[in-house]
Design a binder for this molecule. Sequence first.
Ligand code: NI
Length: 178
Amino acid sequence: MAILEIIHVPDPRLSEKCRPMRPEEINDELRLFLRDMAETMYAAPGVGLAAPQVGDTRRFLVADPGSQDEGSSGRRGVDLITMINPEIVQASKDLYKAEEGCLSVPELWENFERPRWVEVRWLDEHGQPRQRRFEDFAGVVIMHEMDHLEGVTILDRVSRFKRSRYLRARKKARQRGG
Ligand code: NI
């Protein structure tokens, strides 16, 4: 297993709409890569990681919304969800507000409203169809990761002013070697 490099904004790969996975691509090579992604996510630490964040612009992601809960250490990996070609089947009209951060947008935390729950259909790492409803924080995590597959990060969802201020600050930090 390996820890992968997580890319940051404004890397153009984070703005690309990812392409669907073909059935023949769901193989041992992909399963190993998904395991590396999960290891990378836990090490970060984070609760979700989408393929473009590690430079692969195809539609898959890993998530474990409960892994950062208090007292969850040791449960790591138990609730790992691996999604290939996820699609939202239904979303609630009721909204839920939560603070979101992103491993590809370091140091930005922002409140967003999203549907309180989403029903999602996807293929697991063996190509088997799955469907499940994700609510509240788990829903936020899954919708956030699915946004990445559309080339959308939380930086695209803040005001233009905040976005340019953020990118300027990051550029300065990089120039300082930070
Ligand atoms: Ni993210």
